[in-house]
Design a protein around this ligand. Structure first.
Ligand code: NAI
Length: 506
């Protein structure tokens, strides 16, 4: 194989540098690993050797491959040792001044053709390149932790990067077994930018007392298929990492309301309750396992009231079929009888508003989230309004749990939980396309591989119907009067034809 870079250096032998060095050596490059702390490079080399030894033990590589890998990776003792390298990837401390002075020094050592790359996750590639003699030879190469397992890398062009440099880095990524996506130099690049919709909106929902964090985690895992709920994810990443990222992206975008961080994480960070690594975050951890309080039991209901469904309910036919399957006594009149449980299924609007607008008795009115097809989810979510009678709430809870599916009852807020979070994810992704951060295709690939979402945000929008997402956003904007729910122009235009389709515009 014609390897894109035969001689590679990785500077910084921490969590990221050692991973990058490992996959570059596996691809067949001669790799030098350098760190100002020489013991850090030795430790990293030892750790990578251990990984390779275990691959041999598992039969995933043979003795000859192991020997080749090991001979491809060396430690370097000074920057001078790196002077013949064709590619130098930096993974040192996240400080603009230190990174800039390192690259200025390297530029004086290496040939003009050497490609210099930074693994920065939050600094501007253009800002790091500013002042370099050859900014055209400089790019971002943003990997994810742990590098060998997270098989995606963002190739980031700064303002002056030569496109050929990005092409070579992309080719090299493939040779290392990774998928490269192209990002423009914007705050958070692709993955950290697209990830803003999930946690921030979930924090918003908690801060409004709509549901507690464990309920929100359950809902988003069961209804959308996320592997981890937003609060489980916060605990895993730890707030000393994720809260500053939220603040940084918000401020780099000059207080764009869509990325507004939350006082909840600011306070928890100040209090040191930052996540699993300290034994307590949103959840408490005993022996590394989260303590999760049990869900409220399904109420014991003997006599179910008849059920009337609003003619304006979303997925009304599916809802009626579901009620039939659950054995409900369905009313067919133009308005509910005096005893009927009254069901509404709004998109974006709160149950209270719907009850008022449709002139329904709020004491008997309950909302159900029908954004997703019921058959495609593992949980149903109901919302009460402040006037809902407890017998009506219990009847609805017990009725929708009759077939054994999990049910959560949340407070009225507009958009339940899933609608708010999903609409935000799709809207932020759409706005990234509007800004030209990347192509729609690269966005979905990067988010699926980098964040482990079940589908990319744009494909998710297509699956649920872009017009439904738009309706959620328009109505949330009305309910909250908050510009964070303002739909991106891209979503409004592309909604009509499909978000994830390859289009001549892309
Ligand atoms: P780390 O703290 O594990 O390792 C950094 C290493 O760089 C240390 O061994 C340190 O001794 C060395 N170092 C510091 N200044 C140096 C210098 N001037 N010259 C040579 N070596 C120097 O850090 P980590 O997590 O590996 O992060 C490195 C870079 O990768 C940062 O820019 C970070 O933002 C970025 N990044 C980190 C991710 C993560 O999840 N940890 C994910 C993606 C990017």
């Amino acid at each position: 194989m014609n390897i894109a870079f035969k001689k590679v250096a990785v500077i910084g032998a921490g969590a990221m540098g050692r991973g990058i060095a490992q996959i570059a050596a596996q691809a067949g490059s001669q790799v030098d690993l350098y760190d100002t702390q020489s013991e850090a490079s030795f430790k990293a080399l030892e750790a990578v050797h251990k990984v390779w030894d275990s691959l041999l033990a598992k039969g995933r590589i043979d003795e000859k491959t192991l020997a080749t890998y090991k001979s491809n990776l060396k430690t370097a003792t000074s920057l001078q040792d790196l002077k013949d390298c064709e590619l130098i990837v930096e993974a040192i401390v996240e400080r603009l001044d230190i990174k800039k002075s390192l690259f200025a020094e390297l530029e004086n050592l290496v040939p003009e053709t050497t490609v210099l790359a930074t693994n920065t996750s939050s600094l501007s590639v253009t800002a790091i390149a500013a002042g370099l003699k050859r900014p055209a030879q400089f790019a971002g190469y943003h990997f994810f932790n742990p590098v060998p397992l997270m098989k995606v890398v963002e190739v980031i062009a700064g303002l002056q990067t030569n496109p050929d440099v990005c092409i070579r880095l992309t080719e090299f990524a493939k040779q290392m077994g990774h998928t490269a996506v192209q990002a423009n130099d914007t705050p958070g690049f692709i993955v950290n930018h697209a990830g803003r919709g999930y946690g921030t909106e979930a924090l918003r929902i908690v801060s409004e007392n709509v549901a507690d964090f464990a309920t929100i985690d359950r809902i988003l895992k069961d209804q959308v298929g996320f592997k981890l709920g937003p609060f489980e994810l916060f605990d895993l990443t730890a707030l000393d990492v994720s809260h500053p990222v939220m603040e940084s992206i918000y401020n780099q975008y000059y207080q764009e309301p869509r990325y507004r961080p939350s006082v909840i994480t600011a306070q928890r960070l100040a209090g040191g309750v930052i996540g699993k690594k300290v034994g307590e975050g949103f959840y408490k951890y005993i022996d590394g396992k989260a303590v999760v309080s049990p869900e409220p039991a399904v109420p014991d209901v003997k006599d179910f009231p008849p059920v009337w469904v609003s003619p304006r309910a979303s997925r009304r036919l599916e809802l009626l079929q579901l009620l039939k399957d659950l054995g409900a006594n369905i009313e067919t009149g133009a308005s509910p009888s005096p005893h009927a449980l009254t069901l509404v299924a709004p998109l974006g609007f709160d149950v209270t508003t719907v009850a008022v607008v449709e002139r329904l008795d709020p004491a008997r009115t309950i909302g159900i989230d029908m954004l997703f097809d019921d058959a495609a989810t593992k949980r149903r979510v109901l919302a009460t309004n402040p006037a809902t009678r407890s017998d009506m709430r219990d009847a609805a809870h017990a009725l929708f749990a009759k077939d054994g599916k999990a049910v959560s009852v949340v407070r009225d807020s507009g958009g339940f939980v899933t609608q708010r979070v999903v609409a935000n994810i799709v809207n932020i992704a759409s706005d990234m396309c509007q800004q030209g951060v990347c192509t729609p295709q690269d966005l979905d690939i990067a988010v699926t591989l980098g964040l482990g979402y079940p589908v990319g945000p744009l494909a998710l929008g297509d699956k649920l119907g872009p017009t439904n997402i738009l309706e959620v956003l328009f109505n949330l904007q009305t309910v909250y009067g908050d510009p964070r729910y303002r739909p991106s122009p891209w979503l409004r235009r592309r909604g009509a034809i499909g978000l994830s389709l390859l289009h001549t515009e892309d």
